[in-house]
Design a protein. Structure first.
Length: 292
């Protein structure tokens, strides 16, 4: 059986076909332009693939309430052309197959919990730190939704005393995304993150903000594993600094076997950057099961 997977991002749409075992048979990448330009290209790709279902892991915010009249829509995204766009309805009508739908970061969390380093765990979180910051949560063995879906990338964080930066987020300024995402790093330091590897002060501050948020996620969600992904985490020096600062911020309050081994507790993704597309595959499989 073949499943379609769409990792719908703000800059590119990754389309793939895969198997029930999580194997990726083929993939293409299509630039994210307007729906009028981009969607027919994605449709043309999947129409030829004889897929049994499609899973979409999508940039957000999105409507995940099955009882809502806007279920399956992209909601108040900064990408104005996509605001209120019914991405699920489009593919259901055109492909006539079940469509699974969730956030892009929940997709990555689902990929890791199905085939990766969070497999078999009851509760875990996936944090992506890139153009934005998103957090996907598995709680009680299921993706966490609630009234919409977690927006923990916008957790409010106080600026460190020596950081005068006002924050990049237009809604909150000093939130996790506003202080620690790639665009915030670039605006604060005047250069893209990948060119700042030799500036220890950049990564010491970045580690502070990431650790502040991670510590709060630990105290609120009690995850058994924390996965840090996204382009910013490609800085090899960053992860050890985050682990050390989380340990300091917890202050010895929690005593668990997970926290005794920080190297196995706060980790990088394990699926070689395939976690998002593999999570989308799983969303497609679940949609097919629900329709039988």
């Amino acid at each position: 059986m073949r499943f379609g997977a769409l990792e719908a991002g703000g800059t590119k749409m990754v389309c793939a076909v895969g198997t029930e075992e999580g194997g990726i048979l083929e993939r293409i990448s299509i630039p994210t332009e307007t729906p009028e330009i981009t969607m027919p290209k994605i449709l043309a790709y999947f129409q030829e693939k004889q897929i049994s279902a499609l899973g979409i892991a999508c940039f957000g915010p999105i409507d995940l309430d099955h009882q809502s009249r806007t279920y399956g829509h992209i909601m108040m995204t900064p990408k104005l052309a996509w605001r209120k766009y019914d991405i699920c309805g489009y593919f259901r009508e055109k492909l006539n197959v079940p469509v699974g739908f969730d956030t892009d970061v929940n997709g990555s969390m689902l990929g890791e919990s199905t085939w990766g380093c969070a497999k078999g765990l009851d509760t875990a979180i996936y944090i992506t730190v890139g153009t934005g910051v998103g957090v996907g949560v598995i709680a009680g063995g299921k993706l966490l939704h609630g009234m919409q879906h977690p927006e923990a990338g916008h957790m409010l964080i106080p600026a460190r005393a020596d950081d005068p930066y006002k924050g990049k987020c237009p809604y909150h300024g000093h939130c996790m995304e506003g202080l620690a995402a790639g665009p915030a790093i670039e605006e604060r330091w005047g250069a893209k993150a990948e060119t700042l590897a030799g500036r220890p002060e950049v990564w010491e501050l970045e580690a502070h903000y990431l650790a502040y948020a991670v510590t709060n996620y630990i105290l609120v969600l009690s995850p058994q594993k924390i996965i840090l992904g996204g382009g910013v985490m490609h800085q090899q020096q960053l992860l050890p600094m985050v682990r050390e600062k989380v340990k300091e911020m917890l202050g010895g309050y929690l005593q668990t076997k997970e926290l005794e081994d920080m190297d196995s507790y706060i980790v990088l993704p394990s699926l070689k950057d395939n976690q998002g597309i593999m999570g989308a595959l799983k969303l497609g499989m679940e949609a097919l099961e629900e329709n039988h």
